[in-house]
Design a protein around this ligand. Structure first.
Ligand SMILES: Cc1cc2nc3c(=O)[nH]c(=O)nc-3n(C[C@H](O)[C@H](O)[C@H](O)COP(=O)(O)OP(=O)(O)OC[C@H]3O[C@@H](n4cnc5c(N)ncnc54)[C@H](O)[C@@H]3O)c2cc1C
Length: 471
């Protein structure tokens, strides 16, 4: 919806403010709208360089609590005005862009820690809390969430649930779906719901999973309870080289089937190993391994991990490479620097497949994407007993920002097609947003109908993040 269309539809900001009961709860200032017109999807860099902002909300609402969220949604539901949730805008796929205008609902006014329960090891926070600020508070008390996305300090807890995010230690601790005990949310018509909260339940389907990963299309998450862990006593880190990609992937599989659970398990192909080791002359694919627990546990687990690696051709070259990576693990500057350059082209594309399929997916994606970048890098992380995710990074340069925009669109079309044709899932953890929207129906196959029925029932007027998740 454009501003003019909204005016025709009697979109009255004062009526919305009145519904919320706070005069400063909604803004249509240029600054507020600008701040909610670009997320971290790389194509935004090309748009910015051309002075473009194709997806601008008409207004930005900043609720301070769930009652205000409910008031906004009740009003928008009746008025038929789109509402797109916005955490910290760190989506790299265009998830929070307001494709049909309307209201950007910025959750960051809801940023309080509500309780830290050290007996049951739960932390409850408002959904707009910055994840890094939360982790810092917890660590000061000897606690951790063990959810550590690279974007820890630039994303919200609610955003993690909405995108089904995962973190760098997931091979041991799981993704956000494993770490989330329960949450509160507001549905499209303003109804407030509370879901989960117990260690496990067998009372019908697990309704947490209706909203986890729903990308703001089925409700607005307002409060989240996550599991807590004590900080571990000791960590052991190692760097292991492998002769080729296949042997490193085989070692990852061996590790996950051996019952070992390293908190750090990442394997880089040769092209990315050179970046990961900060050594342009580095000569082989490389794995970063980490074990944690008591000092004895960490020492014995790392010894067992190295045995599995050795059986697959791995050579232990010591802790330095993995230690260096741990120190740089929130650094995104390689990609940021390219995107900040005139006509820079950089992308990150994550998919997943079974062990039997991931080699084919790696070949398909890296080959198909080669014509679009100077460098195509690949790593495997987030391992399971039955498969692993693949993360491909592209770095390159077009003649100008318009050329970069065209190239980035071609990259996504090519990557999505190659992923699906190789039997991979469309996204492992970034979600679908706009970058993958046209492929969502195909990716969901026969379950698309089930999602469609849920969407129809939960958001009958289609106000929640329209233009996403296949709509
Ligand atoms: C440098 C960098 C590194 C990254 N590393 C990782 C990583 O390691 N792992 C990973 O999983 N992702 C990663 N991401 C992607 C991104 O950080 C995640 O998708 C994150 O979960 C988004 O959180 P956010 O608060 O910024 O949400 P936003 O980007 O603001 O929104 C993302 C989506 O969630 C919806 N949404 C947000 N908040 C709510 C809410 N409260 N209720 C309902 N819907 C909501 C939005 O409408 C949108 O569809 C990275 C991004 C960057 C820029």
């Amino acid at each position: 919806m454009t501003t003019a269309e909204l005016q025709q539809a009697n979109f009255d900001l004062n009526a919305l403010r009145h519904a919320v009961g706070r005069a400063d709860s909604v803004s249509d200032s240029a600054d507020a709208i600008d701040a909610h017109s670009h997320d971290w999807w790389p194509i935004n860099a090309a748009w910015r360089q051309q002075g473009k902002a194709p997806y601008r909300p008409c207004a930005v609402a900043t609720p301070n609590n769930a009652d205000e969220v409910a008031a906004i949604l009740t009003w928008a539901h009746k008025a038929g005005v789109p509402v797109t949730s916005w955490g910290l805008g760190s989506s790299v796929v265009g998830g929070p862009l307001a494709v049909r205008g309307g209201i950007a609902l910025d959750t960051t006014g809801m940023d309080r820690v509500l309780s830290i329960d050290t007996e049951n090891m739960h932390v409850t926070v408002e959904a707009g809390m910055n994840g890094g600020a939360l982790e810092d508070q917890l660590q000061a008390q000897g606690l951790t969430m063990n959810h550590s996305p690279q974007s820890l300090y630039r994303s919200t807890v609610g955003g993690w649930l909405a995108t089904r995010a995962t973190g760098q230690f997931s091979s041991r601790y799981g993704g956000i779906e494993d770490l989330c005990v329960g949450f509160k949310a507001v549905l499209a018509d303003g109804t407030k719901v509370e879901i989960g909260g117990a260690p496990r339940m067998a009372v019908g389907p697990d309704l947490r999973h209706v909203l986890i990963g729903s990308e703001g299309c089925l409700g607005v998450i307002t409060e989240v309870t996550l599991r807590l862990f004590p900080l571990t006593e000791a960590r052991e880190l190692r760097t292991v080289t492998f002769p080729d990609v296949a042997s490193g992937v085989a070692a990852m599989r061996g590790i996950m089937l051996s019952g070992l659970r390293p908190f750090l398990l990442r394997f880089y192909d040769l092209a990315e190993a050179r970046h990961a080791m900060k050594d342009p002359a580095f000569g082989s694919p490389v794995m970063f391994l980490g074990a944690e627990g008591s000092a004895d546990m960490a020492a014995s687990e790392i010894a067992e991990l190295l045995k599995v690696c050795a059986r697959n051709g791995g050579k232990d070259i010591g802790p330095a490479g993995a230690e260096g990576w741990m120190g740089r693990r929130f650094d995104f500057s390689t990609i940021e620097n390219v995107l900040n350059s005139h006509g820079g082209v950089a992308e990150t594309i994550e998919v997943a497949n079974t062990w039997s399929g991931i080699g084919g997916t790696y070949d398909a994606l890296t080959q198909a994407l080669k014509p679009f970048a100077d460098e195509v890098l690949g790593h495997f992380s987030h391992a399971y007993s039955d498969g692993v995710s693949l993360y491909v990074i592209l770095l390159g340069k077009a003649d100008d920002p318009a050329g970069a925009e065209v190239r980035l669109k071609q990259i996504w079309e090519t990557a999505n097609r190659a992923a699906l044709d190789s039997g991979a899932v469309l996204s492992h953890h970034h979600g679908t947003g706009l970058a993958r929207n046209v492929h969502v129906r195909e990716a969901l196959g026969s379950s698309w109908d089930l999602y469609g029925r849920l969407k129809e029932a939960m958001d009958p007027s289609g106000i929640l993040n329209p233009g996403k998740l296949g709509s």
